[in-house]
Design a protein around this ligand. Structure first.
Ligand code: PNS
Length: 159
């Protein structure tokens, strides 16, 4: 049977850290659905359509599908037939929120397992929020994001 996993997040924008986790996931899943959340608490820099397009451009792999979702992740994962939810852990500080979220998702969808992956060590400091901040002030983010994302950030910030 085909193993389908969902990799959810805000992806505002996708970083090399996300890309690294996508490639690691593909070592043990047949299909990965990158699920871009509509309801992000903060006002995102990139629109939903932009975030989806940037992921598609950065990860051109037949086994990777990019979809947006609204509402509960557990419901979305059930709807697409996923048996796994992928989340990344970069530091201990990520753990508490991720632990709670994994248990809540298990409460909502008992058959779906959350699998935590650790990114490459040299990418553990990379986050979308830091990438946005560095790009906003004209810093070089080229080692941290796909060239398409770098261009999109330059356009956003008029650099
Ligand atoms: O990249 P992020 O911002 O850490 O992703 C968080 C996200 C989108 C995965 C999380 O907020 C989420 O799953 N939102 C959907 C609503 C939901 O299911 N909330 C309950 C989670 S226990």
């Amino acid at each position: 049977m085909k193993r389908v996993a969902v990799y959810p997040g805000s992806f505002d924008p996708i970083t090399k850290g996300h890309e690294d986790l996508i490639h690691r996931s593909l070592e043990f899943v047949d299909q990965l659905i990158v699920a871009v959340a509509v309801n992000v608490a903060k006002q995102p820099l990139f629109s939903l359509e932009e975030r989806v397009a940037l992921i598609r451009q950065a990860v051109p792999d037949k086994r990777v599908e990019v979809q947006s979702f609204e509402g509960l992740l557990a419901e979305f994962a059930k709807k697409v037939g996923a048996s796994v939810i992928i989340r990344g852990l970069r530091a201990v500080s990520d753990f508490e929120y991720e632990f709670q979220m994994a248990l809540m998702n298990r409460n909502l969808a008992p058959k779906i397992e959350t699998v935590f992956l650790v990114p490459a060590f040299d990418l553990t400091f990379v986050s979308s929020s830091l990438v946005r901040e560095v790009a906003r002030f004209g810093g070089d983010v080229s080692p941290l994001v796909d060239p398409g994302v770098q261009k999109a950030l330059k356009r956003k910030f008029g650099k």
